[in-house]
Design a binder for this molecule. Structure first.
Ligand code: B12
Ligand code: SF4
Length: 537
């Protein structure tokens, strides 16, 4: 079978789902390609694709996907004929992806979607459906928690959990003319009926899965191959119950269907990184596990030893203060861990524990932060503002103040999003801060506006301004006394711009120890991401 895997633009971070689903399907003998929605190629990328002489110095995989007949397909398909003007513009937005899809003529198109990304995907899928026959499947966090997305015109099936073996099963049944509509973990439209199947068990042995297929994804977005920062996932699952996170509901959905926490063996993980190191530019490893240090006994020490011996590059990971051991910090620092991303989320302990169900004290956060600093590991903090509570602005000021105590390398502030299926969404609805119906517009970034209703627009503006300025204030603490005043001013657009400049600088310069030469090479790519982020929002 021919399967096209798609996701929205990635802005510098690999979409692991495409790589893992793709490799499993290829292993089963299917023909798989990937395409990205929306991000137009840079002039440099277009040139490289056209001019065979200026090959990138790293090898693109043999099946690098630029259809030779792209121009032909484009001409013959006459995409724009008979369409009204606004529709032409919509299509123009998706040109690149449409060409790929039409020239590949897949049997199945699989979309991976986080909430907020689904709008563009649904829109694109409708256009594609007008032009060719295929089965469309959506997977990822959005359909996992928002199953009503199957009601959308053009979406034929959704995957409601892990897709590695389930999608392979779905495609296998389809190929063999079997009852694919009864595949576990899928909800499927078939002959006017909707089939809602239960979940298949979680993948027990992650090592049994093939290595993620990076070539597939990098062929779809060459900029990801070119930048030296690359993401990896060593394990899955988190047992905590933070109200704003999808894990609590996920674990409830999967109750009795397997172990929550699973890890690949250190050896397999190192081999994957080694392989990438041999074939692509790699100068910084980003371990994307929810909580990296939550691993079986002995795992961290073994990983650290192998990593130091065979990779020896700077790396970062996500941590939760209450699951950090000093001996692990020492081992990982020795292996090359330069910084961690630590969830602080809220500085007001009552709100942190009653609203966010964070279940960690500020004292623990400060103690663990100091441990990292003591051992020379930089800490970047994750924080969430705009809580569904009456004194939201004061709560957020306390979050800023906790960060001023921690003095992190970079303090990242987002706005609370009541994602479908989360406890915080139910709380926000019951407290009157949020309404959820079929017209609710979920935005695809939590950095721009709050989705909650506050007592006035002025109150909301203050909170959104604080979120934009807080990270800058942590770097320039002398601003703290005037922050409440600055938040009152109607300068949100200006603060928004400053926010992204600071975010880009903190991500690229402060959090990635790279050589000047590499930095200069990567700046145009990151500038392109930056432009997309600022202008899109
Ligand atoms: C790494 C990561 C990122 C990275 C990369 C994004 C990515 N999706 O890969 C970055 C830093 C960019 C990121 C950004 C954000 N993230 Co994030 N991120 C994660 C994290 C920690 C790991 C993702 C991952 O690699 N998982 C491993 C892969 C294998 O799992 P998976 O993607 O779920 O895919 C499996 C299934 O879902 C399914 N599947 C997926 N796609 C498809 C497609 C088909 C066709 C099928 C059949 C099956 C299928 O099969 C896959 C294999 O089993 C997850 C939490 C988590 N544990 O998943 C949050 C998570 C995905 N992020 C989340 C959020 C909210 C965000 C942000 C909005 C936060 C922000 N700061 O702004 C932004 C969104 C930016 C945007 N819209 O572009 C939420 C999404 C909730 C939701 N309802 O959508 C999650 C679930 C965390 C949470 N708190 O709940 N994130
Ligand atoms: S610790 Fe992190 S990953 Fe785990 S439930 Fe809380 S927010 Fe989610």
């Amino acid at each position: 079978m021919k399967i096209l895997l798609m996701c929205k633009e990635m802005i510098g971070y690999e979409r692991t789902a495409i790589m893992v689903l793709g490799s499993k399907l290829k292993q089963s003998g299917h023909e798989v390609k990937a395409a990205v929605l929306s991000r137009p190629l840079t002039a440099e990328e277009k040139k490289r694709r056209k001019n065979k002489k200026s090959e990138p110095k790293f090898p693109l995989h043999s099946d690098a996907y630029v259809p030779d007949d792209a121009e032909e397909v484009w001409k013959n398909t006459n995409l724009e004929s008979g369409l009204s003007k606004p529709k032409i513009n919509v299509e123009a937005k998706y040109n690149e992806a449409l060409i790929k899809a039409l020239s590949f003529q897949p049997d199945v198109v699989g979309y991976s979607a986080m909430t907020g990304e689904h709008y563009d995907i649904i829109e694109f899928n409708k256009i594609l459906k007008e032009k060719m026959n295929f089965i469309s499947v959506m997977g990822g966090p959005h359909p996992t928690f928002n199953k009503t997305v199957l009601e959308e015109k053009g979406i034929d099936a959704i995957c409601t959990g892990e897709g590695d073996t389930a999608f392979d099963d779905f495609i296998g049944r389809l190929k063999n003319g079997e009852d694919y509509w009864l595949t576990k973990s899928f909800h499927v439209k078939y002959k006017g009926e909707i089939y809602k199947n239960g979940l298949a068990p979680l993948v027990d042995e992650l090592d049994a899965l093939p290595y993620p297929d990076r070539d597939l994804l990098y062929d779809a977005d060459p900029s990801l191959a070119e930048v030296g920062l690359k993401s990896f996932v060593a394990g899955r699952g988190c047992p905590y119950k933070c109200s704003y996170c999808f894990n609590k509901q996920y674990n409830e959905n999967y109750k009795g269907l397997g172990k929550i926490i699973r890890a690949r063996s250190p050896e397999k993980m190192i081999r994957e990184i080694e392989d990438v190191l041999n074939r692509y530019p790699l100068n910084m490893v980003n371990m994307n596990d929810d909580v990296f240090m939550l691993k079986p006994n002995g795992w961290i020490k073994e990983f650290a030893k192998l990593y130091k011996e065979r990779i020896n590059l700077p790396f970062s990971s996500n941590v939760r203060a209450s699951s950090v051991k000093e001996e692990d910090i020492i081992a990982l620092k020795d292996a090359g861990m330069t910084h961690v991303w630590m969830g602080v989320e809220c500085g007001d302990e009552n709100a942190a524990n009653e609203i966010f169900l964070r279940n960690t004290t500020n004292e623990t956060i400060i103690r663990v932060n100091n441990l990292f600093v003591k051992h020379g590991v930089k800490v970047n903090t994750f924080n969430i503002m705009a809580l569904p509570t009456e004194n939201a602005f004061e709560v957020d000021l306390k979050t800023l103040d906790l960060n001023l105590i921690l003095k992190p390398n970079f303090a990242s502030f987002g706005l609370l999003y009541p994602f479908p299926g989360t406890a915080i969404a139910r709380m926000a609805i019951s407290r009157g801060y949020f309404e959820e119906d079929k017209d609710t517009l979920y935005l695809d970034s939590n950095k721009n506006q709050s989705m909650l209703k506050f007592k006035s627009n002025y109150e909301k503006r203050k909170i959104e301004n604080l979120q934009k300025l807080a990270g800058i204030c942590v770097d320039f603490p002398f601003l703290r006394p005037i922050i409440p005043f600055l938040c009152k001013l109607p300068l949100t657009k200006f603060y928004h711009f400053l926010f992204y400049v600071h975010l880009g600088y903190s991500h690229k310069i402060k959090s990635q120890p790279v050589k000047i030469k590499t930095l200069l090479k990567e700046i145009p790519i990151y500038f392109n991401y930056f432009k997309n982020l600022v202008f899109k929002s």
